[in-house]
Design a protein. Structure first.
Length: 290
C-alpha cells in the first residue's frame, strides 16, 4: 500500500493486523529508576509545563555524563501506530488526486500546528487536519465531499500497530520500563488505537498536547511526560517517529531514540540521537543508559 512519508513523499508502508495482545519477549534488561527527590523537583520546575518560554531547553544536568538509567519511555503515537490507514482513506475518498495533493495537505497540516503554537492559537489536531484538508480541496477546485472528509479524519482512530511493536514492547516491559504515549493526537484517539490493537494496560497514560494547548516540539508538550511519570527529563527516554520530533525531544533534554521507519533525513543541525528502523532502537537506548 502507498503511504505518505512525513516529508511529503510517497513510499510503501508495511502494516500489521490488530493484535489481540502482547507477545512475551525473552529480552531482559536491568533498569531501575534513580534520582533524588530534590533533583526531580528542580527538573520539573525547569520544564515549564504551563508555558512555552521556560528555562533553557537543555539543562546542565541533561548535558552531563549519564550515571543512572532511564526509568520510563514516552512514545510518539506514530512510532507505535502505522498511519497508512489515513492515506488509504484519503486515496479512496479522493482517487483523482496525486502525491502533490497529499503533499500539500500533510505539509500544511504540520506547518499549521507549529504556526498555531507560536501564535498561541491552539486547536485540536483533528480540527487542524480537517481545515487543511478543506483548504487543499479548494486549491484544486474540488467540491466538498463530507463523507470522504469524515473517513479520512476517522482513520486517525483506526490505526494498526507496526509489525515489530508487540514483541519489542514486551522487551521494554521486561526492562522494567514505564511506558506512555505523548502525541499531538487527542487522548480519545490514542485510547481508541490502544484498545483496537489489544494494548490495554501496557501504557500508563496517553498524553495529548491538548493538555497544554501547544503542539510538539514546544517544550510544554514534552514536559507532559515529566509530570506524568514524576521523573526528571534525564530519566525519561523519548521515542520519536518524525525527524523534527527527534530533534525537538533531544533539544528539550530527553535521551532520544529516533524510530526512523521511513529512512528520512535528519533535521539540519539536529542533536545526535540513537537511530534505528524499529523499536529495537528504544531497547538499545534503555540498555545504553544502564
Amino acid at each position: 500500500m502507498l503511504g505518505l512519508r512525513l516529508d511529503g513523499t510517497f513510499n510503501r508502508l508495511s502494516s500489521a493486523s490488530p493484535r489481540g495482545g502482547l507477545a512475551h519477549s525473552r529480552a531482559t534488561c536491568r533498569v531501575t529508576t534513580a534520582g533524588s527527590h530534590d533533583r526531580n523537583r528542580r527538573e520539573l520546575l525547569r520544564a515549564g509545563a504551563v508555558g512555552l518560554t521556560a528555562a533553557p531547553l537543555i539543562s546542565a544536568a541533561a548535558r552531563a555524563p549519564r550515571s543512572a538509567p532511564i526509568g520510563a519511555v514516552a512514545f510518539d503515537a506514530f512510532a507505535i501506530f502505522d498511519p497508512n490507514a489515513v492515506f488509504a482513506a484519503a486515496a479512496a475518498g479522493y482517487p483523482e488526486q496525486d502525491a502533490k495533493f497529499w503533499r500539500a495537505w500533510f505539509q500544511a497540516l504540520f506547518a499549521d500546528t507549529w504556526l498555531r503554537t507560536s501564535a498561541h492559537r491552539y486547536r485540536p489536531f483533528i480540527d487542524v487536519a480537517a481545515s487543511r484538508l478543506d483548504r487543499a480541496c479548494q486549491t484544486v477546485n474540488l467540491a466538498p465531499r463530507p463523507h470522504a472528509r469524515d473517513q479520512v479524519l476517522e482513520a486517525f482512530s483506526t490505526l494498526t500497530v507496526w509489525p515489530d511493536v508487540a514483541d519489542q514492547l514486551g522487551g521494554l516491559r521486561a526492562c522494567g520500563l514505564r511506558l506512555a504515549l505523548l502525541s499531538n493526537l487527542s487522548q480519545p484517539t490514542q485510547r481508541a488505537n490502544i484498545r483496537r490493537n489489544g494494548l490495554d494496560g501496557l501504557f500508563e497514560t496517553a498524553l495529548s498536547t491538548d493538555l497544554v494547548r501547544a503542539f510538539k516540539p514546544a517544550p510544554a508538550a514534552y514536559a507532559l511526560a515529566m509530570s506524568a511519570f514524576g521523573l526528571p527529563k534525564r530519566d525519561i527516554g523519548f521515542a520519536a517517529f518524525a525527524p523534527w520530533d527527534a530533534a525537538g525531544a533531544a533539544w528539550f533534554g530527553y535521551p532520544t531514540a529516533w524510530v526512523n521507519r521511513q529512512a528520512q533525513p535528519a533535521e539540519p543541525d539536529a542533536p545526535a540521537v540513537l537511530i534505528g528502523r524499529d523499536l529495537n532502537i528504544v531497547l538499545q537506548l534503555a540498555r545504553r543508559t544502564v
